[in-house]
Design a protein around this ligand. Structure first.
Ligand SMILES: [Zn+2]
Ligand SMILES: [Zn+2]
Length: 263
């Protein structure tokens, strides 16, 4: 499996992806908003884009579909419940479905509601797994729930699915938000030395050559995976004294998500 992370350079800071089969040269484009850049990279590598996967229905993820389909004839794949919101969808997928790319790449669909209620993350079936996490999980952060999502479901997705993936899983999110998210982590947990160091190292990173974190790193620097941290809980009590000394993880997650909305 070959992964190309494509920085769009737009104000929303989107990342698009191409996943290619090295044997056949077939490629899957994930959320190819910048269809021109995606097509240029595919051409340069000698790949043929045969499929598009939209992680979810928001325009900054689906906005390149039409012209990408026109240029390549690729099939559009998305969550089975997104058909009414994604024009031209040709395949609906749900939990456990597999998307094959060429002859050597298999990607498992995870049904990951929260940011929207029809959001798919892809997990590669490779020796070192890779997670294409759309707007569900960002480097050092979590998706918002303002446009069709629900924080409770986002918590369920984090705790029952994402947190259970292997430590060495590579994280490929839909946006480059790492610097701002690390600042939120440090606002919540000022003594987090790993986050301090990562912010110093990557605050001014070149998004064309962005850091790819592992889930093990996310567990250290992503507040939304650090729900039992005494320092997170202590700081949270300042804003929400009603949570007491031993809040459950769901409560901590929901309060963090609420704070992040107005931070
Ligand atoms: Zn979105
Ligand atoms: Zn987005």
């Amino acid at each position: 499996m070959i992964v190309e992370q494509i920085w769009t350079g737009n104000s929303y800071r989107n990342f698009n992806y191409l996943i290619a089969c090295p044997e056949s040269g077939d490629a899957l484009a994930i959320d190819p908003l910048d269809f021109k850049k995606c097509l240029a990279v595919a051409k340069d590598r000698g790949w043929t884009i045969t499929q598009i996967l939209n992680t979810h229905e928001h325009g900054d993820h689906t906005g390149g579909n039409k012209r990408m389909v026109k240029a390549t004839g690729a099939a559009v794949i998305a969550h089975e419940n997104a058909a009414s919101r994604i024009p031209g969808m040709s395949r609906g997928v749900g939990a456990g479905d597999v998307i094959s790319v060429g002859v050597s790449v298999d990607l498992e669909c995870l049904d990951t509601p929260g940011h929207t209620m029809s959001h798919i993350c892809l997990l590669s079936k490779t020796d070192q797994p890779a997670l294409f996490s759309g707007d569900t999980l960002f480097n050092a952060g979590a998706g918002n729930c303002h446009n069709g999502g629900h924080p409770n479901e986002l918590y369920e997705t984090f705790s029952k699915q994402l947190a259970r993936l292997p430590d060495d899983t590579l994280i490929y999110p839909g946006h480059d938000y790492i610097a701002n998210n690390l600042r939120f982590t440090l606002d919540r947990e000022p003594d987090n030395g790993v986050a301090q160091q990562m912010l110093a190292d990557y605050e001014d990173q070149d998004p064309d050559d962005a850091l790819v974190t592992t889930l093990a790193q996310e567990r250290q620097i992503n507040t939304f995976f650090r729900l039992g941290s005494p320092s997170v809980i202590e700081r949270l009590q300042v804003d929400f004294p009603e949570i007491g000394d031993n809040p459950d993880e769901r409560t901590v997650f929901l309060k963090l998500r609420e704070l992040r909305n107005r931070w």
